[in-house]
Write a protein that binds this ligand. Sequence first.
Ligand code: M6R
Length: 366
Amino acid sequence: EKAGYEHFMLKEIHEQVSAIHNTLAGKVSELEGTIDLKELNMTDEEIRKLSRVQILACGTSWHAGLLGKYLFEQLAGIHCDIDICSEYRYRSPVISDGTLAIAITQSGETADTLAAVREIMSYNCPTLAITNVVGSTITREANSVLYTRAGPEIGVAATKTFSTQLTLLYLLAVKFALSRGKLSPNYVKGFITGLRKIPGQIQQILNQKEAVKECAENFAQAENYFFLGRNLNYPIALEGALKLKEISYLHAEGFAAGELKHGPIALLEKGTPVVTIATRGQTYDKVLSNIKEVKARDATVIAVADNKDTEIGKYADVVLTIPQSSELLSPLLSVVVLQLLAYYTALARGCSIDKPRNLAKSVTVE
Ligand code: M6R
């Protein structure tokens, strides 16, 4: 059932190629520049009337949601809040009219997420669930459901369900932007063309996984590992750190790169690996400055960069490349590199990859 792979996690990392394809099936028209999400059960008029999106999730699904916040605000100009469900339940949130709640949960069974959804639905707030499991509890409670269609995920570490959650959030944000007149159908055509290329580009990353493996092996005995990213890559940095800690038991932390000098930089020592997502985009120069700050402390920079970037090698100690894509979509590629890094680090450390200690696939108790 592992189809020749040593672990479910590696199989599921590879399955992202087909999973994203399945998520997109029937939902996008490249020709017309339209996105069809009929499961949402919302008219353009209703989408235009929304004043706020409230995302609720835990763990990796929360990281997907955090990227979703950036997308809803940057693309659709719609205010978006995101909460960790275990906090949302107890913090007496204010829920304003015109809010759409989006609960993201792979399993559809996470106790904290279900409780947060019950809380917000008690205020009559319409709630959309993004989940992978057909017939799960969340699907019976939410008003509408979008399925990630990633197929069963056995590894405790979420991989293909994360990238497919992201895919749906991209579609939602772009759909909302279209309905609200923030993006033109022409732009959306280009976006869809780019999105359709993602599975093939993930395959290219998988074809070069030996380079990531070698890097993972070189740093498998590190004491601390840091992950930095800005803007859309900030949630990806958090996700890279979570993947590494879950399955390799290494101490790893993700930070918004700009926060480095507000404290975490004190932790850097000679040789500490600092994974920095340095793909081209509006914050590229800022990220380069962060890399220089890290180098000045003798720490080691592992950069995730575009394969056409000829400059980054001057600053980083190791460069792991991704194929060229738009700044908007590149997180879907960068995350695959970080998943592989976590996987090969855990492999080098002889860890129980599919069933890491102390963890359950879905946390059904509070
Ligand atoms: O099933 P859910 O998406 O609601 O699960 C949420 C988290 O428990 C989950 O993402 C967890 O962080 C994973 N082990 C991450 O790999």
